[in-house]
Design a protein around this ligand. Structure first.
Ligand code: ATP
Length: 585
């Protein structure tokens, strides 16, 4: 397949705002793609060169890209910059310039997917003093042979601004239709994806073999699996009922969730959204390397920790660990502690099918054998006694925890599932909602007065998995410090989009629209029915969606969450119904 065909399909995808049409385009694309190219196509669709968890970055700056455009078209850097100033997008600029290009090579070579991919790979891998020159040469030679449309997408890809906005769910749907002829088979594909999060390899197997071929993809160290999630509960009694009277209660620490993978001397750390965060915590890597285990997958919460007071510090301190440089200084200045709470794999054995109590016993013995001051087991009790539970809850709060996690004793580890096998009971459980919301920013109103230059309010959305849509739920304008305003403004700058994106569902008029990307934590007093917001529209009451009453930014950007991990429609319905029930009492 050639790259031009792919770019034409990209253009069609951009034009639609219907998820079904988007899936149709994907199905057509997958059916036309040869077996040996499908893996690459899947990664390119996601704007990557490998599974997202590999964290490969092309890392091409605007400056170098502008130079490459100039070089390949025979015009000056200044002219490219001027045009860019007028057009506003570098991909579109490259397209415009390519249309008038006068310095064309005589015989242009057709660009294949293979060539695109291998050139991008070379760019990603080139490091060192000569790397800028090598990158420049690689990009301009590609642009030399590119049509205007291809130029646009080459540039967008290199700058990381492709933003086709295709959710994994849509790719999974399209794979099921294209390769098995039945959308219902998405379930099996999703189950595989939960434990083997490489959609490229999944697609390759489906195109070579059949659905059963997926059975060969098993949980493997160094490949992250989707984390098991918890349902919210309002009080311990609710939890005890779900566990037939006896439940394990663990401290719910407020830090960063981490999946620790060890395979021989290789150690990798992955975040909640499966991004590689190994470089943020070289101290953890060193400790785990010394473990007397050959291979394992562990789960833990990392928290900032004061070595003298021995107290957990606010989660914000972990931000310092996200630095690329001088990490060794940061390690000393911002110590951490790792609280292990699960084990999913050990010495070649998949433990996800073991019951919670068995996994916990194994974890306990590992911690005992590998004593270390940065790694501890998360505190736990197994109890049915409300007084004891209340005391444990209070102690957790005193120790700086967010609340408690409740785990059913016989529960298996269900990757990617949010069920009552795990439950979360937060400190604020005495308020009617019992939890905060994680919502995606989709739009903004410009600010006035003190906020001129920033925004006055942000439009936030919940995620609806069925329609793969972001549905508006509230405008939030309070809770922002001056520092927050600046930070969020600078983050959002990267996601401004001219018109409302296809996967945003809102009837409101906004000054700015954003590609759904940034997730913010918000607290609110109540969920109400709303005629103007589209979240859960018509699902609770005809002609009404739901909105948040008195929403306020909590001070936390959820960098660890993908937009699709935002509070979703079914959670909202559940919370609304629970609120109605409570109000009746
Ligand atoms: P969710 O992960 O449920 O979508 P979230 O990321 O906002 O939501 P919370 O709602 O606060 O997180 O609750 C679950 C999170 O609590 C886990 O993802 C994990 O990071 C954290 N956590 C802290 N302590 C534990 C523990 N003992 N067991 C499991 N998770 C824990």
């Amino acid at each position: 397949m050639d790259f031009l065909t792919l770019t034409e399909i990209f253009e069609d995808m951009h034009k639609t705002n219907s998820r079904l049409v988007l899936i149709d385009h994907l199905v057509t694309l997958f059916k036309r793609t040869p077996v040996n190219t499908i893996k690459k196509i899947i990664y390119l669709l996601q704007g990557k060169l490998s599974p997202a968890y590999e964290g490969d970055e092309l890392g091409l700056g605007e400056k170098l890209t502008i130079k490459a455009i100039a070089e390949s078209s025979g015009i000056s850097v200044k002219e490219v910059e001027e045009k860019y100033g007028r057009v506003g997008d570098l991909g579109d600029t490259a397209k415009e310039i390519a249309k008038n290009k006068y310095q064309q090579t005589l015989v242009s070579e057709k660009i294949t997917i293979e060539r695109i991919y291998s050139t991008f790979e070379k760019i990603a891998k080139s490091t060192g003093s000569q790397s800028q020159i090598i990158k420049l040469r690689l990009v301009s030679s590609l642009l030399n042979d590119a049509t205007p449309l291809e130029s646009k997408y080459i540039i967008k890809f290199l700058l990381g601004t492709l933003r086709l906005g295709i959710a994994e769910y849509s790719i999974i749907d399209a794979l099921a239709i294209a390769f098995t002829g039945n959308r219902n088979n998405r379930k099996k594909i999703e189950e595989t994806y939960n434990v083997y999060t490489d959609l490229g390899t999944i697609a390759e197997i489906l195109s070579k073999k059949d659905l059963e071929g997926l059975n060969e993809l098993q949980i493997t160290p160094l490949k992250p699996i989707r984390p098991m999630l918890a349902e919210r509960i309002m009080d311990p009694i609710e939890g005890l009922k779900k566990g037939n009277g006896m439940i394990a209660f663990e401290y719910k620490l407020d830090g960063e969730r981490v999946q620790i993978h060890k395979d021989g001397l290789k150690v990798q750390l992955f975040s909640r959204s499966l991004e590689k965060i190994t470089n943020h915590y070289p101290d953890i890597v060193d400790t785990i390397k010394k473990f007397s285990i050959d291979n394992c997958i562990l789960e833990a919460e990392i928290v900032p920790f004061h070595l003298e007071t021995k107290r957990i510090q606010p989660f914000q301190e972990l931000m310092h660990r996200k630095r690329k440089y001088n990490i060794n200084d940061v390690i000393l200045k911002y110590p951490i502690k790792v609280f292990l709470f699960d084990i999913l794999y050990l010495e070649g054995n998949n433990l996800t099918q073991y019951e919670y109590t068995k996994r916990r016993t194994i974890l306990e013995s590992i911690v005992k054998e590998n004593k270390n001051h940065t790694i501890e087991l998360v505190k736990q009790i197994v109890s049915s006694n409300l007084n004891q539970i209340e005391r444990f809850f209070r102690k957790a709060k005193d120790d700086g925890c967010e609340g408690l996690m409740l785990k059913q004793l016989n529960s298996k580890y269900r990757a990617g599932a949010r069920e009552f096998l795990w439950m979360k009971l937060k400190k604020e459980y005495d308020n009617t909602l019992g939890d905060s919301f994680d919502l995606t920013v989709i739009g903004a109103l410009l600010g006035k007065g003190k906020r001129t230059g920033y925004y006055g309010a942000l439009l936030l959305a919940a995620y609806d998995k069925n329609s793969d849509n972001f549905q508006s739920i509230c405008k939030v304008g309070t809770g922002f410090s001056d520092r927050d305003l600046e930070l969020i403004y600078n983050e959002l700058k990267n996601y401004v989009i001219e018109t409302k994106p296809y996967n945003v569902n809102s009837n409101l008029k906004m000054d700015i629209w954003y590609t759904p990307k940034l997730v913010l934590e918000v607290i609110a007093s109540e969920i109400t029915l709303s005629p103007s917001h589209t979240a859960a529209y018509g699902l609770i009451q005809k002609n009404f969606g739901v909105a948040l009453r008195f929403p306020k930014y909590s001070g936390r950007i959820r960098f660890d969450k993908k937009p699709e991990d935002s509070t979703n429609t079914s959670e909202l319905i559940q919370l609304f119904n629970r609120q109605v029930k409570r109000n009746k009492l």
